[in-house]
Design a protein around this ligand. Sequence first.
Ligand code: MN
Length: 318
Amino acid sequence: MRIVSFTIPSDDLVRVGAVIDDTVADLSALTPPVSRGQGPSAARRLLDLQDLQRVERASTTAERHSLSAVRLAPPIPDPSKIVAAPVNYTDHQREMNESSCVDALGVFLKAPSSLLPDGGTVQLPYTDRRFDQEGELAAVIGRTVHGADEDQAAAAVFGYTCLLDMTMRGGEDRSTRKSFDTFTPLGPHIVTTDETGDPSGLRLRCAVNGTTRQDASIGDLIWSVPRLIAYASSVMTLHPGDIVTTGTPAGVGTVTTGDTIVVRIDPIGALTVRVAADHAVACPTRGAGRGPKPPQHITTLPAPAPGPEPTGEARPDA
Ligand code: MN
């Protein structure tokens, strides 16, 4: 199933639904929508049901909206937390000249208030700092886990979606540099694990203005999805709707006003956002030039070849 959160023009309630072809089956009868901030979202309560078959049955009889007539929200609009992996691909560790990776750094948190839906606009806050795109695969947690082993961690995943970990470079703490409002585009929808299978077979690509910058196999993660979630659950209890984003491969680079960023992970789909700096001001902190050293050149990768997508095969080293 493909689960979305959305609003319709007649009210401002954030609904949950299932994408079927070019329509959305409105699951409001199963988990009624609430106004923003008025209790857990319909999407989180849908996960709390712990009953995907019931959701599937409800979607067959639900009222349908045309997909083009709804406005998408982040698929989980209100996770209790967004857990992120700092350096979880060897090629990204190399391009950042980082001596440490996830196995020394652990995980960090991004503010849930930084979420942005597919089609949204990332707002760069400062005129005088560098901002980069980081395309990532995100797991959506489906059941409460604490101290999970890797099997339990894998079983706790409800589904996967695309995430952009927008980042200010410099010496400020990661939770500052990556938590500005709009800095966590998420979506367009969650694809459940029965459709994705083992995520290590998936391929992630990220393009800026049509030029591919990042192209990686999820199988290249230093800490696999189950290992990352198991570790995260040893630190903090994970709840249904929590997001665990897995880190970014090589090819990060600077973005600026007017850019369009696309993260594509098949068969999940593509997350597209624009970049603006409508209210940017001078940065009040002094982190510029400090911290991990980002690459100075933009990566330009060949456009994907037409034809069937290779999946599950390791990419030859470039
Ligand atoms: Mn990241």
